[in-house]
Design a protein around this ligand. Structure first.
Ligand code: N01
Length: 544
Protein backbone atom coordinates (compact mmCIF):
# COMPACT_ATOMS: atom_id res chain seq x y z
CA UNK A 1 0.00 0.00 0.00
CA UNK A 2 1.07 3.55 -0.61
CA UNK A 3 1.12 5.52 2.60
CA UNK A 4 -1.19 8.50 2.41
CA UNK A 5 -2.35 11.37 4.53
CA UNK A 6 -5.44 10.35 6.38
CA UNK A 7 -8.44 12.54 5.97
CA UNK A 8 -8.34 15.08 8.75
CA UNK A 9 -5.18 13.63 10.30
CA UNK A 10 -2.27 15.70 11.42
CA UNK A 11 -0.45 16.34 8.13
CA UNK A 12 2.81 14.99 9.51
CA UNK A 13 1.28 11.59 10.21
CA UNK A 14 0.90 9.16 7.37
CA UNK A 15 -0.92 5.89 7.62
CA UNK A 16 -1.58 3.07 5.21
CA UNK A 17 -5.31 3.44 5.68
CA UNK A 18 -7.84 5.72 7.25
CA UNK A 19 -9.64 2.74 8.70
CA UNK A 20 -8.76 -0.92 9.23
CA UNK A 21 -11.80 -3.11 9.73
CA UNK A 22 -11.28 -6.55 11.23
CA UNK A 23 -13.74 -9.19 10.01
CA UNK A 24 -15.80 -9.60 6.84
CA UNK A 25 -19.09 -10.88 8.22
CA UNK A 26 -22.34 -8.91 8.30
CA UNK A 27 -20.60 -6.13 10.27
CA UNK A 28 -17.36 -5.74 8.33
CA UNK A 29 -18.98 -5.87 4.90
CA UNK A 30 -21.44 -3.10 5.61
CA UNK A 31 -18.79 -1.07 7.46
CA UNK A 32 -16.58 -1.14 4.39
CA UNK A 33 -19.46 -0.06 2.16
CA UNK A 34 -20.26 2.93 4.40
CA UNK A 35 -16.66 4.02 4.88
CA UNK A 36 -16.13 3.95 1.15
CA UNK A 37 -19.18 6.13 0.82
CA UNK A 38 -17.37 8.66 3.03
CA UNK A 39 -14.31 8.47 0.83
CA UNK A 40 -12.21 6.92 3.59
CA UNK A 41 -9.44 4.61 2.55
CA UNK A 42 -10.40 1.33 4.16
CA UNK A 43 -9.19 -2.23 4.23
CA UNK A 44 -10.94 -5.24 5.74
CA UNK A 45 -8.76 -7.99 7.15
CA UNK A 46 -10.49 -11.36 7.33
CA UNK A 47 -9.10 -14.61 8.71
CA UNK A 48 -11.33 -16.81 6.55
CA UNK A 49 -10.70 -17.53 2.91
CA UNK A 50 -14.09 -16.10 2.10
CA UNK A 51 -16.52 -13.49 3.40
CA UNK A 52 -19.44 -14.34 5.66
CA UNK A 53 -18.05 -14.58 9.20
CA UNK A 54 -20.29 -16.84 11.27
CA UNK A 55 -21.93 -18.10 8.10
CA UNK A 56 -18.59 -18.87 6.52
CA UNK A 57 -17.40 -21.02 9.41
CA UNK A 58 -20.51 -22.71 10.83
CA UNK A 59 -21.27 -25.12 8.00
CA UNK A 60 -22.48 -28.00 10.12
CA UNK A 61 -25.45 -30.03 8.85
CA UNK A 62 -28.74 -28.36 9.82
CA UNK A 63 -27.21 -24.90 10.44
CA UNK A 64 -29.93 -22.34 10.10
CA UNK A 65 -30.74 -18.94 11.51
CA UNK A 66 -33.33 -18.56 14.25
CA UNK A 67 -34.43 -15.10 13.09
CA UNK A 68 -36.76 -15.03 10.10
CA UNK A 69 -34.95 -14.35 6.82
CA UNK A 70 -37.05 -11.28 6.11
CA UNK A 71 -35.60 -9.66 9.24
CA UNK A 72 -32.16 -11.26 9.27
CA UNK A 73 -30.94 -9.32 6.25
CA UNK A 74 -29.62 -5.87 5.44
CA UNK A 75 -32.05 -2.98 5.24
CA UNK A 76 -29.61 -0.33 4.05
CA UNK A 77 -30.22 -0.71 0.35
CA UNK A 78 -33.72 -0.72 -1.08
CA UNK A 79 -32.72 -2.40 -4.32
CA UNK A 80 -30.87 -5.13 -2.49
CA UNK A 81 -33.85 -6.01 -0.33
CA UNK A 82 -36.21 -5.87 -3.29
CA UNK A 83 -34.10 -8.06 -5.54
CA UNK A 84 -33.02 -10.74 -3.07
CA UNK A 85 -35.45 -13.62 -2.65
CA UNK A 86 -35.15 -15.83 0.44
CA UNK A 87 -36.29 -19.35 -0.23
CA UNK A 88 -37.26 -20.27 3.33
CA UNK A 89 -38.82 -18.66 6.37
CA UNK A 90 -35.65 -19.44 8.33
CA UNK A 91 -32.66 -19.30 6.04
CA UNK A 92 -30.10 -22.09 6.01
CA UNK A 93 -26.39 -21.44 6.40
CA UNK A 94 -25.63 -22.00 2.67
CA UNK A 95 -28.28 -19.50 1.65
CA UNK A 96 -27.12 -16.82 4.12
CA UNK A 97 -23.56 -17.32 2.93
CA UNK A 98 -24.72 -16.95 -0.68
CA UNK A 99 -26.48 -13.74 0.31
CA UNK A 100 -23.35 -12.27 1.90
CA UNK A 101 -21.27 -13.29 -1.11
CA UNK A 102 -23.86 -11.61 -3.29
CA UNK A 103 -23.64 -8.43 -1.20
CA UNK A 104 -19.83 -8.45 -1.43
CA UNK A 105 -20.10 -8.82 -5.16
CA UNK A 106 -22.93 -6.38 -5.71
CA UNK A 107 -21.15 -3.57 -3.86
CA UNK A 108 -17.75 -4.54 -5.26
CA UNK A 109 -16.37 -5.04 -1.75
CA UNK A 110 -13.82 -7.77 -2.38
CA UNK A 111 -11.16 -5.48 -3.81
CA UNK A 112 -10.71 -3.95 -0.33
CA UNK A 113 -10.88 -7.20 1.62
CA UNK A 114 -7.80 -9.25 2.36
CA UNK A 115 -8.92 -12.81 2.92
CA UNK A 116 -6.83 -15.41 4.73
CA UNK A 117 -5.40 -12.67 6.90
CA UNK A 118 -5.83 -13.06 10.63
CA UNK A 119 -5.20 -10.02 12.80
CA UNK A 120 -2.97 -10.98 15.69
CA UNK A 121 -2.23 -7.58 17.22
CA UNK A 122 -3.36 -3.97 17.23
CA UNK A 123 -1.14 -1.52 19.07
CA UNK A 124 -1.82 2.15 19.58
CA UNK A 125 1.16 4.32 18.73
CA UNK A 126 0.19 6.90 21.23
CA UNK A 127 2.41 9.77 20.12
CA UNK A 128 1.08 9.70 16.60
CA UNK A 129 -2.43 8.58 17.37
CA UNK A 130 -2.12 5.72 14.93
CA UNK A 131 -3.09 2.05 15.17
CA UNK A 132 -0.51 -0.45 14.05
CA UNK A 133 -2.14 -3.73 13.11
CA UNK A 134 -0.19 -6.98 12.83
CA UNK A 135 -1.35 -10.06 10.93
CA UNK A 136 -0.42 -13.71 10.78
CA UNK A 137 0.78 -13.12 7.24
CA UNK A 138 3.53 -10.98 8.71
CA UNK A 139 2.12 -7.64 7.63
CA UNK A 140 2.14 -4.51 9.75
CA UNK A 141 -0.47 -1.98 8.64
CA UNK A 142 -1.28 1.40 10.09
CA UNK A 143 -4.50 3.33 10.26
CA UNK A 144 -6.07 6.23 12.07
CA UNK A 145 -9.15 4.23 13.08
CA UNK A 146 -9.80 0.58 13.77
CA UNK A 147 -13.17 -1.15 13.73
CA UNK A 148 -13.46 -4.58 15.29
CA UNK A 149 -16.22 -6.44 13.46
CA UNK A 150 -14.99 -9.70 14.92
CA UNK A 151 -18.26 -11.28 15.99
CA UNK A 152 -19.63 -12.35 19.34
CA UNK A 153 -19.52 -16.08 18.71
CA UNK A 154 -16.47 -16.57 16.56
CA UNK A 155 -13.88 -18.18 18.82
CA UNK A 156 -14.63 -21.70 19.96
CA UNK A 157 -14.32 -22.59 23.62
CA UNK A 158 -11.23 -24.70 24.29
CA UNK A 159 -11.89 -28.42 24.12
CA UNK A 160 -11.33 -29.50 27.70
CA UNK A 161 -11.24 -33.24 27.06
CA UNK A 162 -8.38 -35.34 28.19
CA UNK A 163 -7.02 -37.86 25.71
CA UNK A 164 -8.22 -36.04 22.59
CA UNK A 165 -4.90 -36.68 20.87
CA UNK A 166 -5.35 -40.44 21.39
CA UNK A 167 -8.55 -40.64 19.36
CA UNK A 168 -8.07 -42.64 16.16
CA UNK A 169 -11.27 -41.48 14.45
CA UNK A 170 -12.21 -38.14 12.96
CA UNK A 171 -12.92 -35.01 15.05
CA UNK A 172 -15.12 -32.12 13.97
CA UNK A 173 -16.23 -28.86 15.51
CA UNK A 174 -19.58 -27.47 14.41
CA UNK A 175 -18.04 -24.00 14.25
CA UNK A 176 -15.19 -25.09 11.95
CA UNK A 177 -16.98 -27.53 9.70
CA UNK A 178 -15.10 -28.83 6.62
CA UNK A 179 -16.14 -27.03 3.45
CA UNK A 180 -16.49 -30.23 1.51
CA UNK A 181 -18.97 -31.55 4.10
CA UNK A 182 -18.69 -34.84 5.95
CA UNK A 183 -20.17 -38.14 4.87
CA UNK A 184 -21.26 -39.99 8.00
CA UNK A 185 -22.84 -42.88 6.09
CA UNK A 186 -22.26 -46.10 7.99
CA UNK A 187 -20.40 -44.28 10.79
CA UNK A 188 -20.91 -44.23 14.53
CA UNK A 189 -20.87 -40.62 15.71
CA UNK A 190 -20.75 -39.12 19.20
CA UNK A 191 -22.00 -35.54 19.49
CA UNK A 192 -21.00 -33.55 22.55
CA UNK A 193 -23.13 -30.51 23.34
CA UNK A 194 -26.83 -29.80 23.12
CA UNK A 195 -26.95 -26.01 22.71
CA UNK A 196 -28.20 -24.38 19.48
CA UNK A 197 -25.48 -25.99 17.35
CA UNK A 198 -26.11 -29.44 18.85
CA UNK A 199 -29.89 -29.37 18.51
CA UNK A 200 -29.62 -28.35 14.87
CA UNK A 201 -26.93 -30.80 13.86
CA UNK A 202 -28.14 -33.88 15.78
CA UNK A 203 -31.31 -34.56 13.70
CA UNK A 204 -29.42 -33.87 10.45
CA UNK A 205 -26.50 -36.15 11.31
CA UNK A 206 -28.89 -38.84 12.59
CA UNK A 207 -30.46 -39.09 9.14
CA UNK A 208 -27.15 -40.19 7.70
CA UNK A 209 -25.03 -41.86 10.35
CA UNK A 210 -25.34 -45.50 11.36
CA UNK A 211 -25.40 -44.62 15.05
CA UNK A 212 -25.53 -41.30 16.91
CA UNK A 213 -24.65 -41.02 20.59
CA UNK A 214 -25.69 -37.67 22.05
CA UNK A 215 -23.71 -36.72 25.13
CA UNK A 216 -25.87 -34.23 27.00
CA UNK A 217 -24.68 -32.43 30.12
CA UNK A 218 -27.50 -29.91 30.51
CA UNK A 219 -30.91 -30.37 28.94
CA UNK A 220 -31.91 -27.09 27.32
CA UNK A 221 -35.09 -25.56 25.98
CA UNK A 222 -35.66 -25.86 22.28
CA UNK A 223 -38.70 -24.80 20.30
CA UNK A 224 -39.77 -26.08 16.89
CA UNK A 225 -38.88 -23.67 14.07
CA UNK A 226 -41.76 -24.69 11.78
CA UNK A 227 -39.56 -23.67 8.92
CA UNK A 228 -41.20 -23.69 5.48
CA UNK A 229 -40.51 -22.58 1.93
CA UNK A 230 -41.62 -19.03 1.16
CA UNK A 231 -44.22 -18.51 -1.54
CA UNK A 232 -44.63 -15.79 -4.15
CA UNK A 233 -47.30 -14.26 -1.91
CA UNK A 234 -44.86 -14.18 1.01
CA UNK A 235 -42.30 -12.40 -1.14
CA UNK A 236 -44.77 -9.85 -2.44
CA UNK A 237 -46.16 -8.95 0.93
CA UNK A 238 -42.75 -8.69 2.60
CA UNK A 239 -41.35 -6.56 -0.17
CA UNK A 240 -44.32 -4.23 -0.07
CA UNK A 241 -44.05 -4.00 3.72
CA UNK A 242 -40.29 -3.63 4.01
CA UNK A 243 -40.16 0.06 4.96
CA UNK A 244 -42.61 -0.49 7.82
CA UNK A 245 -41.03 -3.78 8.93
CA UNK A 246 -37.57 -2.26 9.06
CA UNK A 247 -38.76 0.79 10.93
CA UNK A 248 -40.59 -1.42 13.43
CA UNK A 249 -37.42 -3.49 13.87
CA UNK A 250 -35.30 -0.44 14.61
CA UNK A 251 -37.51 0.76 17.43
CA UNK A 252 -38.28 -2.67 18.89
CA UNK A 253 -36.75 -4.46 21.86
CA UNK A 254 -35.34 -7.39 19.88
CA UNK A 255 -34.56 -5.96 16.46
CA UNK A 256 -37.63 -7.63 14.96
CA UNK A 257 -41.07 -6.01 14.83
CA UNK A 258 -42.74 -6.43 18.20
CA UNK A 259 -46.10 -8.13 18.39
CA UNK A 260 -48.90 -6.92 20.65
CA UNK A 261 -47.60 -6.97 24.21
CA UNK A 262 -49.30 -9.49 26.48
CA UNK A 263 -51.81 -8.17 28.96
CA UNK A 264 -52.47 -11.25 31.07
CA UNK A 265 -50.41 -12.88 33.82
CA UNK A 266 -49.72 -16.59 33.36
CA UNK A 267 -51.02 -17.07 36.88
CA UNK A 268 -54.32 -15.33 36.17
CA UNK A 269 -55.14 -17.49 33.14
CA UNK A 270 -57.05 -20.72 33.67
CA UNK A 271 -54.93 -23.85 33.08
CA UNK A 272 -56.90 -24.55 29.87
CA UNK A 273 -56.45 -21.03 28.50
CA UNK A 274 -52.81 -21.06 29.43
CA UNK A 275 -52.15 -24.32 27.63
CA UNK A 276 -54.12 -23.14 24.61
CA UNK A 277 -52.06 -19.98 24.38
CA UNK A 278 -48.77 -21.84 24.79
CA UNK A 279 -49.83 -24.37 22.16
CA UNK A 280 -50.78 -21.62 19.73
CA UNK A 281 -47.36 -20.02 20.12
CA UNK A 282 -45.50 -23.33 20.02
CA UNK A 283 -47.20 -23.93 16.65
CA UNK A 284 -46.19 -20.52 15.33
CA UNK A 285 -42.47 -21.24 15.49
CA UNK A 286 -40.93 -18.01 16.71
CA UNK A 287 -38.84 -18.01 19.88
CA UNK A 288 -39.95 -14.64 21.17
CA UNK A 289 -43.63 -15.51 20.84
CA UNK A 290 -43.62 -18.18 23.53
CA UNK A 291 -41.67 -16.13 26.05
CA UNK A 292 -44.02 -13.18 25.54
CA UNK A 293 -47.20 -15.24 25.87
CA UNK A 294 -47.89 -13.68 29.28
CA UNK A 295 -46.77 -10.56 31.10
CA UNK A 296 -44.75 -12.26 33.79
CA UNK A 297 -42.82 -15.19 32.28
CA UNK A 298 -39.53 -13.36 32.57
CA UNK A 299 -40.15 -11.79 35.96
CA UNK A 300 -42.05 -14.30 38.08
CA UNK A 301 -40.63 -17.77 38.62
CA UNK A 302 -44.02 -19.27 39.37
CA UNK A 303 -45.32 -17.93 36.06
CA UNK A 304 -42.16 -19.12 34.31
CA UNK A 305 -42.73 -22.60 35.74
CA UNK A 306 -46.02 -22.82 33.83
CA UNK A 307 -44.13 -22.38 30.53
CA UNK A 308 -41.56 -24.94 31.67
CA UNK A 309 -44.36 -27.41 32.49
CA UNK A 310 -45.88 -26.87 29.04
CA UNK A 311 -42.55 -27.53 27.31
CA UNK A 312 -42.04 -30.63 29.46
CA UNK A 313 -45.45 -31.88 28.35
CA UNK A 314 -44.47 -31.37 24.70
CA UNK A 315 -41.23 -33.31 25.14
CA UNK A 316 -43.09 -36.17 26.82
CA UNK A 317 -45.61 -36.11 24.00
CA UNK A 318 -42.98 -36.26 21.22
CA UNK A 319 -40.38 -38.60 22.71
CA UNK A 320 -41.72 -42.14 22.85
CA UNK A 321 -39.30 -43.67 25.35
CA UNK A 322 -40.26 -42.26 28.77
CA UNK A 323 -36.74 -42.64 30.22
CA UNK A 324 -35.23 -40.69 27.30
CA UNK A 325 -37.96 -38.04 27.56
CA UNK A 326 -37.19 -37.57 31.27
CA UNK A 327 -33.51 -36.98 30.51
CA UNK A 328 -34.43 -34.37 27.91
CA UNK A 329 -36.57 -32.29 30.28
CA UNK A 330 -34.83 -29.01 31.05
CA UNK A 331 -34.80 -28.59 34.83
CA UNK A 332 -31.64 -26.66 35.65
CA UNK A 333 -32.73 -23.11 34.92
CA UNK A 334 -35.87 -21.12 34.06
CA UNK A 335 -37.18 -20.90 30.50
CA UNK A 336 -35.50 -17.94 28.76
CA UNK A 337 -32.54 -17.58 31.13
CA UNK A 338 -30.24 -19.01 28.46
CA UNK A 339 -30.60 -18.45 24.76
CA UNK A 340 -33.52 -20.68 23.74
CA UNK A 341 -32.65 -23.12 20.95
CA UNK A 342 -34.63 -23.51 17.79
CA UNK A 343 -34.83 -26.82 16.03
CA UNK A 344 -36.19 -28.92 13.23
CA UNK A 345 -37.02 -32.38 14.49
CA UNK A 346 -34.74 -32.41 17.55
CA UNK A 347 -36.92 -34.28 20.04
CA UNK A 348 -38.30 -36.59 17.35
CA UNK A 349 -34.73 -37.60 16.48
CA UNK A 350 -34.63 -39.50 19.78
CA UNK A 351 -37.37 -41.80 18.48
CA UNK A 352 -34.99 -43.14 15.87
CA UNK A 353 -33.40 -46.53 16.49
CA UNK A 354 -29.96 -45.14 15.69
CA UNK A 355 -30.01 -42.30 18.26
CA UNK A 356 -29.03 -42.80 21.88
CA UNK A 357 -29.01 -40.16 24.63
CA UNK A 358 -26.39 -40.26 27.38
CA UNK A 359 -26.71 -38.04 30.42
CA UNK A 360 -23.12 -36.97 31.06
CA UNK A 361 -24.09 -35.02 34.11
CA UNK A 362 -25.10 -38.29 35.79
CA UNK A 363 -22.13 -40.17 34.30
CA UNK A 364 -19.53 -37.54 33.37
CA UNK A 365 -17.12 -37.86 30.49
CA UNK A 366 -13.77 -38.90 31.92
CA UNK A 367 -11.71 -38.87 28.75
CA UNK A 368 -11.51 -39.41 25.05
CA UNK A 369 -9.92 -42.76 24.25
CA UNK A 370 -8.38 -44.21 21.10
CA UNK A 371 -11.74 -45.76 20.24
CA UNK A 372 -14.27 -43.23 21.49
CA UNK A 373 -15.49 -41.50 24.63
CA UNK A 374 -15.30 -42.88 28.15
CA UNK A 375 -17.67 -41.89 30.91
CA UNK A 376 -17.62 -42.88 34.56
CA UNK A 377 -19.88 -45.76 33.55
CA UNK A 378 -18.73 -47.12 30.21
CA UNK A 379 -16.95 -46.44 26.94
CA UNK A 380 -18.77 -45.45 23.73
CA UNK A 381 -16.80 -46.65 20.72
CA UNK A 382 -17.29 -44.32 17.74
CA UNK A 383 -15.78 -43.45 14.37
CA UNK A 384 -16.24 -39.69 14.71
CA UNK A 385 -16.55 -37.06 17.41
CA UNK A 386 -18.53 -33.88 16.86
CA UNK A 387 -17.96 -31.04 19.30
CA UNK A 388 -20.88 -28.61 19.56
CA UNK A 389 -19.42 -27.27 22.78
CA UNK A 390 -19.84 -23.55 22.27
CA UNK A 391 -17.83 -20.36 22.17
CA UNK A 392 -15.72 -18.03 24.23
CA UNK A 393 -18.50 -15.55 23.60
CA UNK A 394 -18.42 -11.79 23.19
CA UNK A 395 -14.88 -11.19 24.41
CA UNK A 396 -13.13 -14.25 22.92
CA UNK A 397 -12.32 -12.81 19.51
CA UNK A 398 -11.24 -9.43 20.86
CA UNK A 399 -8.99 -10.89 23.52
CA UNK A 400 -7.48 -13.46 21.18
CA UNK A 401 -5.72 -10.49 19.56
CA UNK A 402 -3.01 -8.58 21.39
CA UNK A 403 -4.79 -5.21 21.55
CA UNK A 404 -2.87 -2.48 23.37
CA UNK A 405 -4.06 1.03 24.09
CA UNK A 406 -2.60 4.00 25.91
CA UNK A 407 0.66 3.37 27.75
CA UNK A 408 0.74 -0.05 26.11
CA UNK A 409 -2.11 -1.31 28.31
CA UNK A 410 -3.32 -4.67 27.01
CA UNK A 411 -7.09 -4.93 26.54
CA UNK A 412 -6.77 -8.28 28.32
CA UNK A 413 -5.65 -6.39 31.44
CA UNK A 414 -8.26 -3.69 31.12
CA UNK A 415 -10.94 -6.38 30.84
CA UNK A 416 -9.46 -8.79 33.40
CA UNK A 417 -12.61 -8.50 35.54
CA UNK A 418 -14.97 -8.43 32.54
CA UNK A 419 -15.51 -6.20 29.50
CA UNK A 420 -15.90 -2.44 30.01
CA UNK A 421 -17.13 -0.24 27.19
CA UNK A 422 -19.00 2.97 26.60
CA UNK A 423 -22.20 2.07 24.71
CA UNK A 424 -20.46 -1.11 23.57
CA UNK A 425 -18.87 1.13 20.92
CA UNK A 426 -15.75 2.63 22.46
CA UNK A 427 -13.27 1.86 25.21
CA UNK A 428 -11.52 4.36 27.48
CA UNK A 429 -7.77 4.13 26.92
CA UNK A 430 -8.28 2.80 23.37
CA UNK A 431 -8.92 5.91 21.27
CA UNK A 432 -10.20 5.51 17.70
CA UNK A 433 -11.04 1.86 18.25
CA UNK A 434 -14.68 0.94 17.64
CA UNK A 435 -16.51 -2.31 18.34
CA UNK A 436 -19.45 -3.64 16.36
CA UNK A 437 -22.10 -5.54 18.30
CA UNK A 438 -19.69 -6.02 21.16
CA UNK A 439 -20.15 -6.33 24.91
CA UNK A 440 -22.24 -3.53 26.39
CA UNK A 441 -24.55 -3.41 23.35
CA UNK A 442 -27.73 -5.42 22.61
CA UNK A 443 -25.90 -7.57 20.03
CA UNK A 444 -26.57 -11.23 20.91
CA UNK A 445 -29.87 -10.39 22.62
CA UNK A 446 -31.22 -9.03 19.36
CA UNK A 447 -31.59 -9.69 15.67
CA UNK A 448 -27.91 -9.04 15.30
CA UNK A 449 -28.13 -7.77 11.73
CA UNK A 450 -30.36 -4.90 12.88
CA UNK A 451 -27.91 -4.16 15.71
CA UNK A 452 -24.94 -4.32 13.36
CA UNK A 453 -26.53 -1.86 10.94
CA UNK A 454 -27.20 0.56 13.77
CA UNK A 455 -23.57 0.36 14.93
CA UNK A 456 -22.13 0.69 11.45
CA UNK A 457 -24.27 3.75 10.77
CA UNK A 458 -23.42 5.34 14.11
CA UNK A 459 -19.69 4.81 13.56
CA UNK A 460 -19.82 6.16 10.00
CA UNK A 461 -21.70 9.25 11.09
CA UNK A 462 -19.24 9.72 13.94
CA UNK A 463 -16.22 9.54 11.63
CA UNK A 464 -17.88 11.97 9.25
CA UNK A 465 -18.58 14.36 12.14
CA UNK A 466 -14.96 14.11 13.33
CA UNK A 467 -13.74 14.98 9.89
CA UNK A 468 -16.16 17.88 9.75
CA UNK A 469 -14.67 19.23 12.96
CA UNK A 470 -11.11 18.69 11.82
CA UNK A 471 -10.66 16.22 14.69
CA UNK A 472 -8.56 13.07 14.48
CA UNK A 473 -9.21 11.32 17.79
CA UNK A 474 -12.19 10.13 19.78
CA UNK A 475 -12.03 8.31 23.08
CA UNK A 476 -14.61 7.33 25.66
CA UNK A 477 -14.12 9.09 28.97
CA UNK A 478 -13.65 7.02 32.08
CA UNK A 479 -16.70 8.60 33.67
CA UNK A 480 -18.96 7.83 30.70
CA UNK A 481 -17.67 4.28 30.51
CA UNK A 482 -18.22 3.70 34.23
CA UNK A 483 -21.74 5.10 34.04
CA UNK A 484 -22.55 2.88 31.03
CA UNK A 485 -21.13 -0.26 32.61
CA UNK A 486 -23.14 0.45 35.78
CA UNK A 487 -26.24 0.90 33.65
CA UNK A 488 -25.64 -2.35 31.72
CA UNK A 489 -25.23 -4.16 35.04
CA UNK A 490 -28.27 -2.49 36.60
CA UNK A 491 -30.51 -3.47 33.68
CA UNK A 492 -29.59 -7.15 33.95
CA UNK A 493 -29.35 -7.29 37.76
CA UNK A 494 -32.13 -9.39 39.21
CA UNK A 495 -33.29 -10.43 35.75
CA UNK A 496 -33.97 -13.93 34.55
CA UNK A 497 -30.59 -13.90 32.80
CA UNK A 498 -28.80 -14.12 36.12
CA UNK A 499 -30.44 -17.47 36.88
CA UNK A 500 -28.46 -19.68 34.51
CA UNK A 501 -24.82 -20.48 33.88
CA UNK A 502 -24.90 -19.13 30.36
CA UNK A 503 -22.33 -17.88 27.90
CA UNK A 504 -23.97 -14.43 28.29
CA UNK A 505 -22.33 -14.50 31.72
CA UNK A 506 -19.11 -16.14 30.58
CA UNK A 507 -20.12 -19.09 32.76
CA UNK A 508 -19.39 -21.70 30.07
CA UNK A 509 -15.66 -20.93 30.02
CA UNK A 510 -13.70 -22.05 33.07
CA UNK A 511 -12.09 -19.08 34.83
CA UNK A 512 -13.90 -16.40 32.81
CA UNK A 513 -15.21 -13.53 34.98
CA UNK A 514 -18.92 -13.85 35.66
CA UNK A 515 -20.26 -10.65 34.14
CA UNK A 516 -23.43 -10.23 32.10
CA UNK A 517 -21.94 -8.96 28.85
CA UNK A 518 -24.72 -7.79 26.50
CA UNK A 519 -27.00 -4.81 27.13
CA UNK A 520 -30.48 -6.04 28.01
CA UNK A 521 -32.29 -2.69 27.70
CA UNK A 522 -33.58 -3.40 24.18
CA UNK A 523 -32.62 -2.34 20.68
CA UNK A 524 -34.91 0.70 20.44
CA UNK A 525 -33.93 2.09 23.84
CA UNK A 526 -30.29 1.53 23.06
CA UNK A 527 -30.55 3.24 19.69
CA UNK A 528 -32.08 6.28 21.37
CA UNK A 529 -29.19 6.40 23.87
CA UNK A 530 -26.63 6.26 21.04
CA UNK A 531 -28.48 8.88 18.98
CA UNK A 532 -28.66 11.21 21.98
CA UNK A 533 -24.93 10.90 22.54
CA UNK A 534 -24.30 11.83 18.89
CA UNK A 535 -26.84 14.66 18.91
CA UNK A 536 -25.12 16.14 21.96
CA UNK A 537 -21.81 16.33 20.15
CA UNK A 538 -20.68 12.84 21.20
CA UNK A 539 -21.04 13.49 24.90
CA UNK A 540 -19.01 11.06 26.99
CA UNK A 541 -16.26 10.99 24.38
CA UNK A 542 -13.17 13.20 24.33
CA UNK A 543 -12.62 14.52 20.85
CA UNK A 544 -9.38 16.15 19.79
O1 N01 B 1 -23.00 -23.41 22.16
P1 N01 B 1 -23.63 -23.47 23.64
P2 N01 B 1 -23.73 -23.46 20.75
N1 N01 B 1 -18.73 -31.62 28.47
O2 N01 B 1 -22.63 -22.85 24.54
C1 N01 B 1 -21.97 -28.48 26.12
C2 N01 B 1 -25.73 -19.09 18.60
N2 N01 B 1 -26.17 -20.09 17.64
O3 N01 B 1 -22.68 -23.41 19.71
O4 N01 B 1 -24.80 -26.46 29.08
C3 N01 B 1 -19.99 -31.81 28.07
O5 N01 B 1 -25.01 -22.91 23.66
C4 N01 B 1 -22.80 -27.52 26.91
O6 N01 B 1 -23.26 -28.14 28.09
P3 N01 B 1 -23.55 -27.23 29.43
C5 N01 B 1 -26.77 -18.95 19.69
O7 N01 B 1 -26.75 -17.64 20.17
C6 N01 B 1 -27.33 -19.83 16.99
O8 N01 B 1 -24.69 -24.54 20.68
O9 N01 B 1 -22.36 -26.34 29.58
N3 N01 B 1 -20.73 -30.90 27.45
C7 N01 B 1 -23.87 -27.16 25.90
O10 N01 B 1 -24.85 -28.17 25.83
C8 N01 B 1 -26.26 -19.93 20.71
O11 N01 B 1 -26.75 -19.71 22.01
C9 N01 B 1 -27.83 -20.74 16.12
O12 N01 B 1 -23.70 -28.20 30.49
C10 N01 B 1 -20.16 -29.71 27.21
C11 N01 B 1 -23.09 -27.16 24.60
O13 N01 B 1 -21.92 -27.93 24.81
C12 N01 B 1 -24.78 -19.73 20.60
O14 N01 B 1 -24.56 -19.56 19.21
C13 N01 B 1 -27.17 -21.92 15.90
C14 N01 B 1 -18.84 -29.43 27.59
C15 N01 B 1 -22.66 -25.78 24.18
O15 N01 B 1 -23.78 -25.01 23.92
C16 N01 B 1 -23.94 -20.88 21.09
O16 N01 B 1 -24.53 -22.10 20.70
C17 N01 B 1 -25.98 -22.17 16.56
C18 N01 B 1 -18.12 -30.44 28.24
N4 N01 B 1 -16.86 -30.24 28.66
C19 N01 B 1 -25.50 -21.23 17.43
N5 N01 B 1 -18.54 -28.16 27.22
C20 N01 B 1 -29.10 -20.42 15.46
O17 N01 B 1 -29.31 -19.39 14.86
C21 N01 B 1 -19.65 -27.68 26.64
N6 N01 B 1 -20.63 -28.61 26.63
C22 N01 B 1 -30.19 -21.36 15.58
Amino acid sequence: TTPQHTSGATPSVTTDFDVIVVGAGFGGLYMLHRLRGLGLKTVVLEAGDGVGGTWYWNRYPGARCDVESKFYSYSFDEELQQEWEWSERYASQPEILRYLEHVADRFDLLRDIRLGTRVTAAHLQEDEGVWSVGTDTGEELTSRYCVMATGSLSVGKDLEFEGLEDFEGACYRTSRWPHEGVDFTGKRVAIIGTGSSGVQSIPAIAQQAAQVTVLQRTAGFTLPAHNRPLTADDHNSVKADYPALRQASRTSALGIPASEPPTLSALEASPEDRTARYQERWDEGAIARLSSAFTDLTTDMEANATAVAFIHSKIREIVKDPATAEKLLPRDYPFGAKRTCFDTGYYAAFNRDNVELVDVRATPITRVTAKGVATTETEYPVDALVFATGFDAMTGALLSMDIRGRAGLPLRDKWAAGPRTYLGLGIQGFPNLFLIAGPGSPSVLSNVVASIEQHVEWISECLDALRGRGATAIEATEEAENTWVDHVNAVSAGSLFMRADSWYLGANVPGKPRVFMPYAGGVGTYRKACDKVAANGYEGFDIT
